[in-house]
Design a protein around this ligand. Structure first.
Ligand code: WT7
Length: 631
């Protein structure tokens, strides 16, 4: 067990060591794992290509480090506690031994279905233990999983299948989500109309929804695992071999397949999980994210299970059957660490204190947030009312690309401050750069958040497009990884994330490129051109505001706006539906034809007075019109 940080001076000491000798620092942490072969070198890197390798030539399997390494001591401890959508349905508890058996069985099933090391497997499933089993079974045989959030549309699913050329999809007959049933299988069927690479679909029975099973392609999960051996020898992987691909949005249209590798991701998620949340053996940890996002990968599945922790997986939503559901679950399982998103906190806060009052919440020791900036009001409600003034809040800043948490308090160690992610974790060398690439040293500065040294969990490439990886993250500021976020460092050296500085908007902790939403809107035949910006939204953090030039010819604008929302729903999914649509006759443009988003942002934010320098504006008259017609 590597050194666990317990005091502020301990943190400062570890941080210093990690900067003075990163190789020694990470080697010492990595040594607590089981490697089939040790590394020749801890790290080899340059940010210009980029080429980043951790634990060079080491060999391992991440599932051996979850199971074989832990079984003697932890075999009968709960690994996954599953709480169903419907509180009346029976929950499930899988011990490490039981989970291991299921993972091995499903690993053999995948092999029987022809899946080989390196093959991509799409997982489009509900929040049930089988989803974690599927991920781990892929990792066991060296197949590459790519989980797609089950709220994405058929089109988005198809784009991802095509991009990674997956041959197999794991899905369900349907998903329970609050009072709704989502028809997952029909979304898959629709997506597959345009994907020729897929020849196998494994369908888990969950909702008993009647589904169409295509002969020769579709097979029930329960049939596929029948009679399959539960003995499986893990595939030996090079530390740099791909563990998974996870798609995320960028500032341009097409989603990006972020690639994480086996060895570095393992070391990093384990280390950050143990330290940030101060997990102690026997605690019950709950992260409310969906496994379709990186938070679920790193802090529902891999981080906790590598640490031998008990991780809770919740199938439902915070408000079903009532807005006290989260707190009922906390009391039911005596949750010690609770990790959620600011948007959930704000949504629950809007119901007032009453839904919380029946619950004691006394088991809570650490409460965390992730995904977007947390406003001070929500921070205080969370701290005072949920944490009873007694639990440190860990405001954890990180990204799909970083694999794990980079900036965060260490629970109970780092003094917290509302709306501040506070300090970098050991191994994370931050830099704040101005727009010309000069590093702003000293305190009280604001600029672009960059990182100057790799950490084991960093993105290795974008699947099938290394050049795009270079351009997106390593090109704007040479020699640095650029996060896309703005940041402020205060007098104490604490970091506060100011939000994205690129054309990415963060809606309820979900990331969308404005271009991605615009191209969905433009699929409506009456839309000529559109521009999307974010604006402050009380619950979602940022809302989506779309300006669209349309051919109305006789149609009512209300009907058209609704149709546009439905189009986005169909192309991306319900989470990307614009909150507001304003039909306009033109968009403010520069003489070179570029949309001046700065002006649109101001209008959307409700500040229709100060537009800054508008001397390059080609068509000032549309600005007047846009302000008048504001939604
Ligand atoms: C973007 C990454 C990391 C898991 C969830 C989102 C924003 C994330 C915080 C935070 C302020 C945050 C950033 C970042 N973000 N955490 N604690 N405070 N902003 O992952 O979809 O890859 O999005 O989310 O803007 O760049 P993601």
């Amino acid at each position: 067990m590597p050194y666990k940080i317990r005091t502020l001076s301990g943190y400062l000491h570890e941080y210093q060591k990690s900067v003075l000798d990163p190789e020694e620092f990470w080697a010492r942490i990595a040594e607590s794992f089981h490697w089939k072969k040790s590394w020749d070198k801890v790290v080899e890197w340059n940010f210009s290509e980029p080429n980043i390798k951790w634990f060079v030539n080491a060999r391992l399997n991440i599932t051996e480090n979850i199971f074989e390494r832990n079984l003697f001591t932890l075999g009968d401890r709960p690994a996954i506690i599953w709480e169903p959508n419907d509180p009346e349905e029976t929950n499930r508890i899988l011990t490490y031994r039981q989970l291991f058996e299921k993972v091995c069985g499903f690993a053999n099933t995948l092999k029987n279905l022809g899946v080989k090391k390196g093959d991509r497997v799409i997982i489009y499933m509900p929040m049930v233990p089988e989803t974690a089993i599927a991920m781990l079974a892929c990792a066991r045989i060296g197949a590459v999983h790519s989980v797609v959030f089950a709220g994405f549309s058929a089109q988005s699913l198809a784009d991802r299948i095509i991009d990674c050329e997956a041959g197999i999809i794991l899905t369900s007959d349907g998903n329970f989500r609050g009072s709704k049933i989502i028809d997952t299988k029909s979304v898959v069927d629709k997506a597959l109309e345009q994907c020729s690479s897929v020849n196998t679909v494994v369908v888990l029975k969950r909702t008993n929804t009647e589904v169409n099973m295509q002969e020769g392609r579709d097979i029930w999960w329960h049939d596929a695992i029948k009679g399959v051996s539960t003995e499986n020898i893990a595939e030996e992987m090079d530390a740099e071999e791909m563990l998974f691909i996870l798609y995320t949005s960028g500032s341009t249209g097409k989603p990006k397949g972020v690639v994480h590798s086996s060895g570095g991701y393992m070391v990093y998620t384990y280390y950050t999980f143990m330290n940030v949340f101060q997990y102690n053996q026997g605690d019950v940890f709950w992260c409310t994210a969906d496994v379709g996002w990186i938070t679920g990968h790193s802090y529902i599945v891999y981080g906790p299970l590598l640490a031998g922790a008990t991780t809770l997986m919740f199938e439902g939503v915070p408000t079903y059957p009532d807005p006290g559901r989260f707190w009922a679950i906390v009391d039911k399982y005596k949750i010690n660490q609770f990790y959620t998103a600011p948007t959930a906190i704000r949504a629950l806060m809007a119901f007032g204190n009453e839904p919380v009052e029946p619950y004691s919440l006394e088991s809570l020791r650490v409460i965390g947030t992730v995904g977007e900036p947390i406003n001070e009001e929500a921070w205080h409600w969370y701290h005072d009312f949920i944490g009873k003034n007694n639990c440190p809040i860990v405001d954890t800043w990180w990204q799909t690309e970083t694999g794990g948490i980079l900036i965060s308090p260490i629970a109970g160690v780092t003094p917290t401050k509302p709306a501040y992610a506070t300090l970098p974790l050991p191994g994370i060398q931050l830099a704040i750069l101005d727009d010309d690439g000069n590093e702003l040293r000293g305190k009280s500065v604001e600029g672009n958040l960059c990182i100057k040294y790799p950490w084991p969990g960093i993105i290795r490439t974008l699947y099938g497009d290394h050049e795009r990886c270079r351009q997106t993250y390593f090109d704007k500021f040479k020699g640095y990884y650029f996060t896309g976020d703005g940041v402020r460092r205060d007098e104490e050296g604490y970091y506060r994330i100011m939000g994205r500085v690129d054309d990415v908007i963060n809606v309820s902790g979900h990331r969308f490129g404005t271009a991605e939403i615009e191209s969905a809107i433009n699929e409506h035949p009456r839309v000529v051109e559109s521009a999307v910006v974010g604006y402050p939204h009380k619950i979602k953090g940022q809302g989506i505001y779309a300006f669209a030039i349309c051919d109305l010819s006789g149609q009512s604008s209300e009907i058209l706006k609704n149709e546009i929302k439905q189009t986005v729903n169909k192309v991306i999914g319900p989470i990307a539906k614009p909150d507001k649509i304003q039909i306009v006759s033109g968009l403010p443009k520069t003489r070179s034809g570029k949309i001046m988003r700065r002006i649109l942002r101001k209008v959307a934010e409700g500040d229709g007075t100060d537009f800054g320098d508008t001397s390059t504006l080609l068509n000032p008259e549309v600005v007047e019109e846009i302000i008048k017609g504001k939604e």
